[in-house]
Structures are given as structure tokens and as C-alpha cells.
Design a protein around this ligand. Structure first.
Ligand code: GUN
Ligand code: FE
Length: 449
């Protein structure tokens, strides 16, 4: 395929969890499908000719001055309908928060106009914060779910969109529940075809994802039926897994096994499964998740409010699990994946040191729990790509060109670059810790701005 677009300047990414790579004055060429076809540095043959040709063709975008490109951020766990609740109602335990705040809000999306207005502003906000790939829970409503998918397509955000299945009469209120198990399954199935058949979705930039809310809201028949749909449609799956003490214990009481085991028995653990939270998973759960190739959406911001424990991230990474990060809007109070990175680093440090000063330092924490900024950025980009089994999150040939341009000298920047003091690595570290949306001056998905 011919080159459609070229991007030139400094590129910074994390091709591996322990590797920060800076490509100076690189030329990244992208084909008409938005896939990277070559990356040239000034030392390589053909560099000058390619730059000149792109300039002449008017297809060259440059990162000027101190600006640089990073891969677009991948947010593995977002509740789109909860956007109006971002930054409030964080004081309740999960089970009360759902019943008192969240279900009443989500029920409103039977109103399609309301859905259009909230979802438009959510997608705009996420893109402005550099989130080029988003994995969404919508609501039980098929129509509003299609609206979300359509808006992602229109606004050019890569997305996985799931109609939420929840049919259990004991756990879900009358005003917000699938009309029956059969109707819920039918709606979930039709939602897959709604999304796959969206006009203009030929490249499948927006994908359907089966979404049992979590085990407590679903009957056995619903979980079984969704497992069958996952197989029949080769469709990704997302759900919440072992999130809080209450939720983890609820599943143990109901099935005598953990969330992981139960989901596996229903055929819901596949290479295309995203498990949100998973804070209470043990070694045997991790082995099952690893065997199935499923991935975890680590949501450190939300976990601070609802989980009662810190996700054993280091252990999961050491066992070779696929892990990425999620904001969990509105369980987490920020729409920025930079904030997820910051919180993941802080949570790891607190897990390592321990938090109770009345316990002696050598007994307070769990050794080797920390991650650094490079690992955090990997999780927020390529790690998310690993979980989704998608070539996104790094600058490599064959990967989608999903990218963000950072301007450290943007107006109203908290991030300050001191040329005499800061290396390029320092600049990147400062970006991770201090960038805000003011520093995000360009966002591309599949090479399109
Ligand atoms: N478990 C079931 N539903 C939800 C939700 O909306 N948010 C979170 N954080 N956990 C859940
Ligand atoms: Fe969630």
C-alpha cells in the first residue's frame, strides 16, 4: 500500500515494559489504512529523500521545537454512562454506590437524546486527554449502545463498546434490569450485529464486546448464554472480576469458587477477555487467566475508593499476565490515563512500603511491589494493546499510528522543561507525572487527526 501520511520529529515510546526508546528526528510513514509502514532515522538510507518527498506531497506533519510524539493512551475500562457522575459519589461502598447512585443514572439512557449529549462530550474529553483507544461499558439499552458506537466511529476513536447484560432479579432493581434473560441475550446478540454493521465501520475500528456487568448482576443462564455468544461470534468479553471484599465473597458464597473459576466455567475467559480490577485474585486464578490468555484492566484510582485492597500488579506481571490500565470512569474520578499511571505508581509504592506506621518497617509491606514510570506508561499504551490483542501502543511497523503530540511549552502548562537540567528521559518522566490536557496539542487515530 502507498504511503498516505508522514510524521517527523522526536518519538518517545515504551516498546517493552522496561524499555524507554527515544527516536530523534525520525520519519514515520503511515499507509492509507493508518498502519505504520516504515520508521526511518537520519542515519538510514532513503531518509532525506523520503522527508523531501513527503514535504513536497504536503503529507508531512512535524513535531516542532520541544514537541514530541507518544503513542495514544489505551483506556481498558470506562463506564460511558457514568461520565455525569465523574468526581462525585465516591464515599459509598460499591454495593451501595451501585444501587443508590449508579443504577438510577444508567437507567436514564433509555433517553437517546441524553445518551447523544453525554457520549459526545465524553468521547471529546477522552480524545482531548490523549485516549485513542477506549473500552466502554454502556448500559442495558441497545439503542443508546449503538449511539455510543456510532459516535466513536464519527469522532474517530478506536473503541470496544459493550451493551451491559444484567438480569438477576435479586441484585438488579426493577427499573434497571434486562426484561428477561432471553431478552437480555437477544439484545446482547443484536448489539454485536448493530456495531459490526455500522455504516463506515468496515475497518472494525469500533468493535462489539460482550459485557456481563459482573457475576452478582447475572443469572447462571445469562452467563452461560453470553459464553456461547462469545464463542459463536468470536466476540471479546469484558466484566468486573474479584473487585471488592463484598463482591469476591458474594461469588464464593454463590459458586464455591472465585470469579475467575466461575467465569471460566461459563466460557467467558478467552484471549479476548478484559477483566476489570481483579484485586482479590490468587495464584491459581492467575494461572487460569494466564492459560486462557485473558487480560486485566488495572484500575488503581477506582480501587482506592471501592476495592479495600491494592491489586497485586507485580505478581501478575511476574506471572506473565497481560495487564493494562483503566480509569473506570466514574469509579475513578479522572478521565486521564496519565492519572491512572500516577495512581498505579503510588499504589505500588504504598503496597511495597506498607501503610500502617505503627507496624515496623520490615513487616509493613510486600517487597518488590513498585513499578516505575516506564512500566506505568507501558501499561497505559502497549500493555493495553497486549490485553486487546491489537497492534496498538507503540511505534513499530505493522502497528496502527495512534499518537499524541505533547507540547511541554504549551500555554498554562504545569510541566516545565529546564534545558540546562533535564535530559530527554527527564522530559518524558515529567510528562508522565505533570502533563495535563493543555500539553496535548494533537491526537491521531489510524493516522487521522
Ligand atoms: N461492579 C459492577 N458494576 C460496577 C461499576 O459500574 N463500577 C465498578 N467499579 N464496579 C462495578
Ligand atoms: Fe467498572
Amino acid at each position: 500500500m502507498t504511503t498516505a501520511q508522514c510524521f517527523a520529529g522526536r518519538f518517545i515510546h515504551t516498546p517493552a515494559p522496561d524499555q524507554l526508546q527515544v527516536l530523534e528526528q525520525a520519519l514515520v510513514s503511515v499507509d492509507s489504512a493508518g498502519v505504520i509502514v516504515s520508521i526511518l532515522t537520519p542515519q538510514q538510507d532513503g531518509y532525506s529523500q523520503s522527508v523531501a518527498a513527503a514535504r513536497e506531497a504536503g503529507t508531512l506533519t512535524r513535531a516542532e521545537g520541544e514537541c514530541f510524539f507518544i503513542p495514544g493512551l489505551v483506556d481498558l475500562h470506562i463506564h460511558a454512562p457514568q461520565f455525569p457522575q465523574l468526581g462525585k459519589a465516591l464515599h459509598l461502598p460499591l454495593e451501595d454506590w451501585l444501587q443508590r447512585c449508579t443504577f438510577p443514572l444508567e437507567a436514564r439512557y433509555s433517553d437517546v437524546e441524553f445518551a447523544v449529549s453525554v457520549y459526545s462530550s465524553l468521547i471529546d474529553t477522552l480524545l482531548a486527554n490523549g485516549t485513542t483507544s477506549a473500552v466502554y461499558f454502556s448500559t442495558i439499552h441497545r439503542e443508546a449502545t449503538a449511539v455510543l458506537a456510532e459516535l466513536c466511529l464519527q469522532k474517530h476513536q478506536r473503541a470496544w463498546v459493550g451493551r451491559v447484560a444484567m438480569d438477576d432479579q435479586g441484585q438488579c432493581p426493577d427499573y434497571y434490569r434486562d426484561a428477561s434473560t432471553e431478552q437480555g441475550l437477544l439484545d446482547s446478540e443484536q448489539s454485536i450485529t448493530d456495531i459490526r454493521n455500522l455504516p463506515g465501520n468496515t475497518a472494525a475500528r469500533v468493535q462489539a464486546i460482550l459485557t456481563p456487568r459482573f457475576i452478582p448482576s447475572c443469572t447462571d443462564a445469562m452467563l452461560q448464554g453470553l459464553g456461547e455468544l462469545a464463542r459463536r461470534y468470536d466476540c471479546p468479553v469484558q466484566t468486573h472480576c474479584s473487585e471488592s471484599d463484598w463482591e469476591h465473597q458474594y461469588v464464593l458464597d454463590r459458586f464455591g469458587v472465585s470469579d475467575t473459576e466461575a467465569l471460566d466455567q461459563f466460557g467467558l475467559l478467552t484471549r479476548q477477555t478484559v477483566l476489570a480490577h481483579s484485586n482479590f485474585i490468587g495464584s491459581s486464578d492467575m494461572s487460569v487467566i494466564k492459560q486462557r490468555g485473558s487480560g486485566i484492566a488495572h484500575c488503581p484510582m477506582s480501587n482506592a475508593y471501592f476495592a479495600g485492597a491494592v491489586f497485586p500488579l507485580r505478581k501478575a506481571l511476574t506471572m506473565g499476565l497481560n495487564v493494562g490500565l483503566g480509569t473506570d470512569i466514574s469509579g475513578g474520578p479522572s478521565a486521564s490515563q496519565f492519572d491512572s499511571c500516577r495512581c498505579a505508581i503510588a499504589a505500588g509504592r504504598m503496597l511495597e512500603s506498607g501503610v500502617d506506621a505503627s507496624v515496623s518497617a520490615d513487616q509493613r509491606g510486600i517487597a518488590d511491589s513498585r513499578i516505575d514510570y516506564i512500566e506505568a506508561f507501558y501499561l497505559a499504551t502497549a500493555g493495553g494493546g497486549d490485553v486487546l490483542n491489537s497492534p496498538i501502543g507503540k511505534f513499530e511497523t505493522g502497528y496502527h499510528f495512534d499518537a499524541v503530540m505533547i507540547d511541554p511549552a504549551a500555554d498554562n502548562s504545569n510541566l516545565q522543561f529546564f534545558e540546562q537540567l533535564d535530559s530527554t528521559e527527564d522530559l518524558f518522566q515529567k510528562t508522565l507525572y505533570a502533563a495535563t490536557r493543555s500539553n496535548i496539542v494533537g491526537v491521531w487515530v489510524d493516522g487521522a487527526k
